[in-house]
Design a binder for this molecule. Structure first.
Ligand code: ADP
Length: 252
């Protein structure tokens, strides 16, 4: 496995006008990592993801994706993204699972989508990967929150990205389905070798599935393997953040 990072962030700082949200961020993500990016609300997680996705130009520091500075990066097919809003799909819009997942190929095929057999195969494979084959012709609006999120993952992976970024994908998904959802992500990581960056404020379930944890609160306070993270006690977390925090943990 190549040991050069997919994502390399060096000395990144970001401010909205005079509000400093990110300071001196260094972060490297390697092929095959499953990184949980955790931090309380307002800690800068979404800002960081927007910068990584090239949506928010930064002035200080460097951000490289696949060795290319983010402002020059063009190979967006290698990146998949699932946002926290994905599970609020409008149930009035009668799109089937197959149709929603096919939208993930739009960028490649163009807006007038004439899918060939190979495209159809890819769409079915992505739906199978997330375990939604039984629902392929159902309207997405009729599915549960957890099932909808699986469909949005399928849409994000249908173009076979190397790096999948998820921003709070389990908001609105009940606890049992959160577990199943994380199991599916672990499977994508282990069997398909997909590199994952998952943003969440819920450290609990996350630490049992991610290989690595990065804690953000303006600075990166910790970045290491998730086992080391779970071994730390509440005092360590509070020292790390510089104030009292309570990190919910589950045993591995
Ligand atoms: P998180 O995703 O961890 O909740 P965000 O990156 O959304 O954190 O926000 C970090 C901080 O930046 C918060 O204090 C938020 O209010 C502020 N912020 C976010 N977006 C903007 C914006 N467009 N303009 C000004 N402040 C913002």
């Amino acid at each position: 496995m190549s040991r050069s990072p997919i994502l390399r962030i060096n000395n990144l700082s970001y401010a909205y006008e005079d509000k400093h949200v990110l300071e001196n961020i260094d972060l490297e993500i390697y092929p095959g990592n499953f990184v949980g990016l955790v931090g309380p609300n307002g800690s800068g997680k979404t800002t960081l993801i927007k910068i990584i996705l090239g949506l928010l130009p930064h002035k200080q520091g460097t951000v490289d994706l696949f060795h290319t500075p983010i402002h020059k990066f063009k190979d967006w097919n290698r990146i998949g993204f699932v946002s926290q809003k994905a599970n609020s799909f409008n149930s009035e819009f009668p799109a089937t699972v197959y149709e929603v997942v096919s939208m993930g190929l739009t960028a490649k095929v163009g807006y007038f989508r004439f899918f060939n057999k190979q495209h159809a195969r890819k769409i079915k494979k992505a739906i199978d990967t997330v375990g939604m084959t039984d629902y392929i012709n159902q309207n997405v609006g009729n599915l549960s929150g957890g099932q909808q999120q699986r469909v949005f993952i399928a849409r994000a992976i249908v173009s076979e990205p190397d790096f999948l970024i998820l921003d709070e994908p389990t908001v609105g998904v009940d606890a049992e389905n959160v577990q199943r959802f994380y199991e599916m992500l672990r499977d994508l990581n282990k069997t398909k070798g997909m590199t994952l960056l998952l943003v969440t404020h819920d450290t609990g379930t996350m630490t049992s599935y991610a290989t690595d944890i990065a804690c953000l609160n303006k600075h990166i306070h910790f970045h290491g393997d998730s086992h080391t993270f779970t071994q730390m006690d509440q005092e360590d977390y509070s020292k790390m953040y510089g104030h009292d925090v309570h990190v919910v943990k589950h045993d591995h």
